[in-house]
Write a protein that binds this ligand. Structure first.
Ligand SMILES: Cc1cc2nc3c(=O)[nH]c(=O)nc-3n(C[C@H](O)[C@H](O)[C@H](O)COP(=O)(O)OP(=O)(O)OC[C@H]3O[C@@H](n4cnc5c(N)ncnc54)[C@H](O)[C@@H]3O)c2cc1C
Length: 392
């Protein structure tokens, strides 16, 4: 469930959209769908505005969205869904893909066809209708009417909106894209784009980002490393949630991984923590605690730490399926980019070896799932600097 943190970020973006549409004299209607009548809200709006065309965003994790079904019940307008989360439409990738190496050639084959600038940015359709259509004024004050979980506060680190997203993209290209390939595994420095919250809320699209990276002057090694994450890894995650209905649970993993976790289910755990202790960063491991604090206070955890974070939850929970559920709950609650295909695929990878392969030697609790230790992880970067940053 989205909370105050997520809604504040989303509304910051929507407020900006409303202003831009007003400048172009394009109408914008916002309705709050709450309570038992919400089911029919979408159909009601259609009956009021008589749309010529309905365009919606295709969300592979919510194919059962009620409003999309309702829109189909409004037969006088065609419904177009746009797969804006990805560059190559996810329905063109047949069946669930096993790993990056299997989806990569499929994406590459179609990339030229789909990775091109989106035209017609200056379209101007003035709102001539003089009927008064009920609407809420969009601002962050709307959160008070939404009965949200207010226990996760908004974050100062990220301000929502397309302008902020474009600024973040420009700064990344100017200051950090050169060196991304080596810098991205250094959580103590800001070497990655931090675009994931904007991508998650659709405030910037992968097309815009990919085209800007293509045209940048940085070394090709860095551009390629970035595009591998932005396109191949991201679209592998979308393929996972689209094709595997059990993506929110450990049941989504491969038979080899289920077998090895089952064989180690009774292994002794050296440390066991409750979800509350984990949420409060009350473990014996300062590196893990720092990562948890980064997520809770800023709404974003560094990607390298996300791997370590989830793997340790596997190690410190009584059972692998419990670990998976805790990862999903904490990730979706605190990360601004949570509730995203990337999150489910990342957790499935870390806890259940999804899109990975069996690793040796076999370890307690993990079995053949790839292992990360405090010692090896903290040797790879200046872990002391990272710990100091977040454990203050
Ligand atoms: C346990 C775990 C949980 C994760 N949870 C989320 C989540 O909730 N939401 C989320 O968006 N990502 C998640 N990721 C994937 C990844 O860690 C983040 O997308 C990335 O760290 C975001 O930072 P960035 O924008 O600076 O990435 P950059 O390194 O700048 O990469 C650019 C973009 O590429 C995509 N990307 C990068 N790494 C990955 C990856 N491994 N898999 C898929 N796409 C990737 C993202 O859209 C990212 O914004 C998770 C990974 C793991 C292992």
């Amino acid at each position: 469930m989205a909370n105050l943190r997520h809604y504040t970020f989303m509304l910051q973006g929507l407020e900006e959209t409303a202003q831009k549409l007003a400048q172009r004299r394009i109408g914008f209607v916002v309705r709050i769908c709450a309570g038992p009548s919400s089911d029919l809200e979408f159909a009601r709006i259609c009956a009021e505005v008589h749309p010529s065309l309905i365009v919606c965003d295709e969300d592979p994790s919510r194919r059962d969205a009620k409003w999309a079904r309702e829109a189909l019940l409004y037969p006088s307008a065609p419904l177009w869904s746009v797969d804006a989360d990805v560059i190559v439409p996810s329905r063109l990738i047949e069946k669930e893909q096993f790993a990056a190496r299997t989806i990569r050639p499929r994406i590459r084959r179609r990339l030229k066809e789909f990775l091109k600038p989106v035209g017609n940015r200056t379209v101007h359709v003035p709102w001539k209708d003089d009927r008064r259509i009920e609407s809420f004024a969009v601002s962050c004050r709307l959160t008070s009417q939404l009965h949200l979980d207010g226990s996760v506060s908004p974050t100062d680190k990220f301000h929502g909106g397309a302008d902020a997203a474009l600024t973040a993209l420009r700064r990344f290209i100017r200051d950090r894209l050169g060196g991304y390939a080596s810098g991205r595994n250094h959580p103590e420095i800001d070497a990655t784009s931090q675009l994931s919250p904007y991508l998650h809320f659709g405030q910037i699209g992968p097309h815009t980002v990919a085209l800007a990276i293509h045209g940048a002057a940085a070394p090709s090694r860095d551009r390629e490393a970035f595009l591998e994450e932005l396109i191949v890894r991201r679209e592998l995650a979308v393929n996972f949630v689209r094709c595997n209905p059990r993506f929110r649970t450990l049941e989504s993993i491969e038979p080899w991984a289920r077998r090895t976790l089952g064989e180690h289910a009774r292994d002794e755990r050296t440390h066991l923590y409750t979800e509350k202790q984990l949420a409060n960063a009350e473990t014996h491991d300062p590196l893990w605690n720092a990562a948890q604090r980064q997520m809770v206070s800023s709404g974003w955890m560094h990607g390298y730490m996300r791997m370590y974070w989830a793997k340790k939850i596997l190690e410190w929970s009584p059972a692998a399926d419990e670990a998976y559920d805790i990862c999903v709950r904490l990730n979706d609650r605190y990360e601004l980019d949570g509730r995203d295909p990337n999150g489910y695929a990342g957790i499935a990878w870390a806890v259940g070896g999804k899109h990975d392969r069996p690793w040796g030697p076999e370890r307690p609790v993990y079995g053949k799932i790839r292992y990360m230790s405090f010692a090896s992880t903290s040797r790879k970067f200046n872990s002391r600097a990272y710990i100091e940053q977040w454990n203050a």
